[in-house]
Design a protein around this ligand. Structure first.
Ligand code: SF4
Length: 245
């Protein structure tokens, strides 16, 4: 990891690399997106994409995204299924039905997702705050969504992009790490990465950038031992030779 941070970090090697690459930034972004899109379709879709495909409902996407934080997709999928079933028994997958569940019932449905106690508390409070601040209508901006309990920028961006199909870039640890490895940004935090990507990426890539890079981060470009051998975008990456050995 030290090698990644040390290699060319702020020393001007990035632009030299780009010259060697002979590729302008937009062409590089297009090539990365094309390759990672193919990788994405070769693996199972992330849980939030499945929730959207099955419900076409931004509120369900928001609930699923809250559950997915710091939790593996397989575990989130079970929790989503049990919670939505409990909500349907109370009338449907709506804020009103969620409000009819006790915090204990929510907790039992979503266990064992990470931080299930806190998430149950946030979900219990969600319908009331939604009613109080937005008249019961789920807002479609990142700033407004961040006013809801348990919703940070990552959750809000994913809800806007996947739930509402509006331009937003959700930056989690995978997107932050891989965007830096590829030399598209030079940032130290996910928020800095989100700001930099908003300036750099054409809007047409915003919605899928998260799902493509998260899938790639989970299957090949992990934090400690990325599988660089055979990587389809190795020629576009700044990670030095030998990291994968
Ligand atoms: Fe990740 Fe390695 Fe591919 Fe670079 S070459 S994108 S570090 S897997």
């Amino acid at each position: 990891m030290r090698k990644i941070l040390g290699w060319g970090w702020g020393c001007g090697m990035w632009s030299f690399f780009d010259i060697l690459c002979g590729m302008k930034t937009l062409e590089k972004i297009a090539a990365i997106d094309k390759a990672l899109k193919a990788e994405f379709h070769a693996h199972e879709a992330p849980i939030i994409e499945l929730v959207e495909a099955q419900t076409h409902d931004p509120f369900c996407v928001l609930v699923g995204t809250i559950l997915s934080a710091r939790t593996k997709d397989a575990c989130t999928a079970g929790a989503v299924r049990r919670l939505f079933a409990a909500m349907r028994r109370k009338g449907g997958t709506t804020p009103a039905a969620l409000a009819r569940l006790s915090q204990d019932e929510i907790e039992k449905a979503i266990y064992p997702v990470g931080f299930y106690h806190d998430k149950a508390r946030h979900l219990k409070a969600l319908p009331g705050v939604l009613e109080e601040k937005f008249g019961g209508v789920l807002p479609n901006t990142v700033e407004e969504l961040c006013e809801l309990p348990g919703v940070g920028r990552k959750t809000a961006n994913l809800t806007v992009a996947v739930g509402f199909d509006l331009p937003a870039i959700c930056v989690d640890v995978h997107v932050h790490r891989i965007s830096n490895r590829l030399g598209l940004v030079k940032t130290r935090t996910p928020l800095e990465t989100e700001t930099a990507l908003r300036k750099l990426l054409p809007v047409k890539y915003w919605k899928t950038w998260n799902s493509h890079l998260v899938s790639f981060g989970q299957t090949r470009c992990g934090p400690l031992r990325p599988k660089c051998d055979g990587c389809p975008i190795r020629g576009l990456c700044r990670v030095p030779e030998g990291l994968s050995k």
